[in-house]
Write a protein of this length. Structure first.
Length: 219
C-alpha cells in the first residue's frame, strides 16, 4: 500500500507553469535489520530537501502502515530526513543523502525502541488472543504501552480502530512470550471477519511500533 507524494518545488505557483512535471520515483521501505517497520498509516513521516532551488521548503513523505513510502520527484540529489516523534531512536544525524535518477529504490534504516516478533492471533468463542514477544532494542528505552487493536478496516491502529485492550506492561519481559486477550464487543462479534494488530510504545515517542495487520475470520 504505497502513498505517493509529488514534488512541489516547481509546481507551487503560476510562474513555474512552463516546467515539466516530475517523472522520477523514489520508493522503498523504512527498515530495521532488513525488515519493514510497521507504523500507523500516515503517522510517522520522512522529509526530502533539494538544494539549489529558490523555494526552500521540504517535501513531506507519508509512510504507509506496512512501512513503505513513495514520492514522485525530479531527478537530483536529495537530503532525506527521518522526522522526530517516530517509534525509532533519533540518530546523531537523521539526514541521509539520496541520488534520484528515474525510478530509484531506497530503504531507510531506523532503530526502533521496541519491536514485536513471533506474533500470532487466534479466536476462541468471542475471544481474540494475541501471542507475541516484545523486544527491547534500545537499552535506555522504557516500555509505556502495549495494546491489542481490533477493527473493521485494514487501516487499524491507535487512531483508527473499533476496540483496544491494554496489556499489563509490568508483566512483560523483553524477549519472553506474552499474550493479550480481548472479548469481542457487540459491534464486532457479528461480522464475518475483523482486523487485528499489536502496537508497542516507548515513553520516548508519541508513535507506536506495530505488527502487520492480520485478518481474522469470525465465522
Amino acid at each position: 500500500m504505497l502513498i505517493f507524494t509529488t514534488a512541489g518545488l516547481l509546481l507551487a505557483g503560476c510562474e513555474y507553469d512552463n516546467f515539466e512535471a516530475p517523472k522520477a520515483t523514489l520508493s522503498g521501505k523504512v527498515v530495521y535489520q532488513g525488515n519493514a517497520v510497521s507504523v500507523r498509516n500516515n503517522g510517522p513521516q520522512l522529509e526530502l530537501w533539494q538544494d539549489g532551488f529558490a523555494l526552500k521548503s521540504p517535501i513531506t513523505v507519508n509512510i504507509s502502515q506496512d512501512g513503505s513510502y513513495s514520492a514522485i520527484l525530479f531527478n537530483g540529489r536529495y537530503k532525506l530526513v527521518r522526522r522526530a516523534d517516530a517509534p525509532w531512536q533519533q540518530q546523531a544525524s537523521d539526514t541521509l543523502i539520496v541520488n534520484v535518477s528515474g525510478n530509484t529504490s531506497y530503504d531507510v534504516p531506523v532503530s526502533p525502541y521496541f519491536t514485536i516478533s513471533n506474533d500470532t492471533f487466534g479466536k476462541s468463542g468471542n475471544n481474540i488472543t494475541a501471542r507475541f514477544v516484545v523486544n527491547k532494542n534500545i537499552p535506555t528505552a522504557n516500555l509505556e504501552l502495549v495494546r491489542l487493536y481490533l477493527g473493521k478496516s485494514i487501516l487499524t491502529d491507535q487512531v483508527q480502530r473499533e476496540f483496544l485492550v491494554d496489556g499489563n506492561v509490568a508483566n512483560i519481559v523483553s524477549g519472553q512470550p506474552t499474550e493479550i486477550t480481548a472479548s469481542l464487543p457487540d459491534n464486532l462479534k457479528d461480522l464475518d471477519y475483523i482486523f487485528a494488530r499489536i502496537g508497542v510504545k516507548s515513553s520516548s515517542a508519541g508513535e507506536y511500533y506495530y505488527t502487520q495487520v492480520q485478518k481474522i475470520a469470525l465465522k
